[in-house]
Design a protein. Structure first.
Length: 80
């Protein structure tokens, strides 16, 4: 269930990214096409999108269910 919510959140984030970055490029090209500054937010947010996608689809998931289980066991072991 949590993975479905994570994938849904990823797609929502991706739609926001495409919409906002498209708007930023349009503003950039209208106001001053000599310097394309819209690349900077596109790259920054794009790195976040890639990271979110890798996590949502469990391609590269450092803090997944296995990690959580190990952390809980570790802390329960300390308390006993």
């Amino acid at each position: 269930m949590w993975q479905v919510k994570s994938i849904k959140a990823f797609y929502s984030n991706l739609i926001s990214y495409v919409s906002v970055i498209t708007l930023l490029f349009a503003i950039n090209l209208i106001t001053g096409p000599n310097y394309i500054w819209a690349w900077w937010p596109a790259i920054g947010w794009g790195i976040g999108i890639v990271s979110h996608g890798l996590s949502a689809f469990e391609i590269l998931n450092f803090f997944g269910a296995d990690w959580e289980k190990k952390q809980v066991e570790k802390r329960l072991g300390r308390k006993l």
